[in-house]
Write a protein that binds this ligand. Structure first.
Ligand SMILES: C[S@@+](CC[C@H](N)C(=O)[O-])C[C@H]1O[C@@H](n2cnc3c(N)ncnc32)[C@H](O)[C@@H]1O
Length: 247
């Protein structure tokens, strides 16, 4: 399966795969963080927006939301979900906006799709120039030094007459700037069982590297990866929400 299969050929299964993700809670939390740290503006851009679930919530909060993604099949679904939003086919390492925005988000660890540290730096420079004064960039991220290769997230969902079981987990060999995302989708019906396996590379970085990269552009606030409560990062956990205010 190609690196992009989940977001192209299998894009029709993406929302089913994410059925247990609480997009409402994630959006509420980031909206709250934006109220605390932001500039009161309502122009929003979601990087790597996928099928647009966060864009939907931000529109419903009253934002003028837009999204970009590198895979058109994901954007086609996003446009159906959010007909009033603007979507564009762009790479987050090399994107531009027609007008600056107040809030840029990047959810579900999609920042790790930057193709190496240099591309991440390019992305952060683009984010900085796309934000208005006092604008906020909010994303979640994992520290490569805290990855547990044995940890997998698994869930099942029924669609039509088939039961789908989705599984995903990170794998990091302990050195370098690449980790992989291991995915599998099993479709079991009365007739047969089909299984897709995928493993694709993503950027591995430490929080120390990330903070060093961000601090010339932003004031950085880091929180525990908990969308129900806003809790300052304990400096130990390897899973966090970064809130970066444009300097
Ligand atoms: C895990 S999905 C997350 C989608 C959505 N943010 C969500 O929370 O459901 C990752 C998304 O990143 C997109 N993507 C991967 N590399 C990208 C890049 N370089 N620029 C923009 N989007 C990218 C994929 O097409 C996919 O839609």
């Amino acid at each position: 399966m190609s690196a992009n299969a989940l977001y192209t050929d299998l894009s029709g299964y993406y929302d089913l795969m994410c059925a247990d993700i609480d997009y409402q809670a994630q959006s509420n939390c980031v909206h709250r963080l934006h109220q605390i740290f932001g500039n009161d503006g309502k122009k929003h851009l979601d990087l790597a927006c996928g099928t647009g679930p966060h864009v939907r919530h931000f529109l419903d909060f009253g934002y003028h939301s837009s999204g970009l993604d590198i895979n058109q099949p994901m954007l086609d679904i996003a446009k159906t979900r959010c007909p009033e939003a603007q979507f564009s086919l762009q790479n987050m390492s090399d994107f531009s906006v027609a007008e600056p925005v107040d809030l840029i988000t990047c959810f579900l660890y999609s920042i790790h799709y930057s193709d190496g540290l240099e591309k991440l730096q390019d992305c952060l420079a683009r984010v900085h120039s796309a934000l208005k004064a006092g604008g906020v960039f909010c994303f979640n991220v994992v520290d490569k030094n805290k990855i547990d290769n044995d940890l997998f997230v698994r869930h099942s969902a029924k669609q039509a007459e088939a039961v789908f079981t989705f599984s995903s987990g990170w794998n990091y060999c302990g050195e370098g700037e690449k980790k992989s995302l291991k995915l599998s989708i099993e479709k079991a019906s009365a007739a047969d069982t089909q299984i897709w396996h995928d493993e694709h590379a993503m950027l591995a970085l430490s929080f120390a590297q990330l903070i060093e990269t961000l601090q010339c552009h932003f004031d950085i606030h880091i929180f525990e990866h908990d969308y129900e409560k806003i809790i300052p990062w304990d400096k130990l956990s390897g899973n966090a929400i970064f809130v970066c205010v444009k300097i």
